[in-house]
Design a binder for this molecule. Structure first.
Ligand code: SF4
Length: 287
């Protein structure tokens, strides 16, 4: 029997889960509730709201012990987590002059892709954008509504914040390359399912091999998970330099998360400063 939540509770639950997701806690399960208990709860009258705090509880309530536990004693086993996909072998280096054409070859191979279920809801496939020979590459999770409409990565509010972050590093957006783990928008901006990420991420790895950035920045937990091949909360991955596909990887928060919790911008800036150090960049002088 399904319990209908009111919209405020549903929204608050959604925000909480999204918050956990941003922190890298992406997998949840529900303990099954005993159907007999649900039936009993549904049959019970609503509790009186107007009783004063000092008024004694009716005897029937003070003595009443729950006849059944809230959750079933026989919990369902949690299915084992699927292993993360094994990335393809690192491809041979492409000279800078040939990188735009090499990226176009990957785009042509993706074509009007129907390899995973995400194709059914997309308006535009979002391949990637920027300098094919960039020294710095950002990797996000997947397109949102604005990106799905325009066919370009990071063009909504989160994209504006990413542009500001890039400018603060002393670079222009055209000087970096930006791509996502999945190229089609997951419905409701949910995290890509493991099958979707596993199907699409090999294209991302090939993009990385072509661009050969000196530094990769993973924006958020999903990007970090697929790039590093480990499931770990973001907190354990930030603040240091990882090695991925012959390049250096820095992990930081997704700009969409920073819009929801601007207090973390200082932390994100500290991550970007690690990237700048690796690139030999100094922040532009304040005018
Ligand atoms: Fe194809 Fe990737 Fe889109 Fe799935 S997300 S349909 S694999 S391009």
């Amino acid at each position: 029997m399904a319990i209908q939540l009111d919209s405020a509770t549903r929204n608050s639950l959604f925000d909480r889960i999204r918050f956990y997701r941003d922190l890298g806690l992406t997998e949840f399960y529900r303990r099954p509730v005993d159907p007999a208990l649900l039936a009993q709860l549904a049959a019970e009258p609503e509790p009186q709201q107007s009783r004063s705090a000092s008024a004694p509880e009716p005897a029937s309530e003070t003595k009443k012990a729950p006849s059944q536990p809230l959750f079933s004693q026989e919990e369902q086993p949690i299915p084992p987590r699927k292993p993360l996909p094994i990335p393809p072998e690192i491809a041979a280096a492409v000279p800078p002059a040939g990188r735009a054409a090499a990226l176009q070859l990957i785009r042509d191979e993706i074509g009007d892709c129907t390899r995973c279920p995400l194709h059914s809801g997309r308006h535009k496939l979002v391949f990637g954008d920027g300098d094919p020979a960039a020294r710095l590459m950002f990797v996000g999770e997947g397109p949102g509504a604005d990106e799905d409409a325009q066919g370009l990565p990071f063009v909504g509010k989160a994209g504006q914040l990413l542009n500001n972050m890039i400018n603060a590093m002393g670079l222009k957006r055209e000087q970096v390359y930006i791509a996502n783990v999945v190229k089609c928008r997951p419905p409701g901006n949910r995290t890509p399912a493991p099958e979707e990420g596993a199907t699409c991420s090999p294209f991302l790895f090939r993009q990385i091999d072509v661009v050969r950035p000196q530094v990769l920045v993973a924006l958020g937990a999903t990007a970090a998970t697929y790039l590093l091949g480990v499931r770990q909360p973001l907190a354990g991955l930030r603040g240091r330099v990882h090695a991925v596909r012959g390049t250096q990887l820095i992990v930081t928060y997704h700009p969409a998360y920073l819009l929801r919790d601007p207090r973390q911008k200082k932390e994100a800036w500290a991550d970007l400063q690690i990237a700048m150090r690796e690139l030999g960049l100094k922040p532009p002088a304040k005018s």
